[in-house]
Ligand binder design. Sequence first.
Ligand SMILES: [Zn+2]
Length: 232
Amino acid sequence: MALLPKLVELWLDLVSLLWPTACVGCGEPDRDCCLPCRVELRRPAPLLRPEVGTPCFVRGAYAGVLRATLVAFKHGGRIGLAGELGAQLRAPLGAAISACRGPAAPVIVTAPSRRAGTRRRGFRHVELLVSRALRGQGVRALRVAALRAGPGRRSQVGLAADERARNAGRVRVRASRCAVLLGREVILVDDVITTGSTVLACRAALAAEGAIVVAIVALCHAQRRDTRGIQV
Ligand SMILES: [Zn+2]
């Protein structure tokens, strides 16, 4: 191990002594995420390819350490996990970028969170994950915050299929961003894909402005029952 990573490890150990915390994966008193859980999180696995009508690349199932880490990051104020989770987004995002034909750089657009969620967290969590995924990768891509949640948009949790589709449809393209989308290849990114209704509504909104949604990327794929009781 090089000296710098060793020093970082030492520093993190000292921090965990001064401010004891529990691992988000296994609950053991440790750092935010203990070493065995990080190993588990980083374990290579084939990308999941949920069928949503557009090529879709997902890092893994909404389960285990991946799920626990995302929930702690998204709902538990553990913003320090952004780097670890962003790294997990790298492979599916890379696959999506490879699916683009160019020659113009693809545009990366994230699915919008509800305003209340963003206010509560204090940061746009999917945007942050994309930033960390791209950091140091030398990827040629344009980031455009093109989408926003429209009025009346609520959490998708607990909604029946038709309500989900209607609720997901409350997504809008910012008027100021329409020009940049016209004729451009777009990669749409969300944190969790469940039925796909959110990303499909986003895709429709972008396509209506002339964007070509080439691929959809997510960190996790959830079965509907997995998201009960958790605001997504
Ligand atoms: Zn652990």
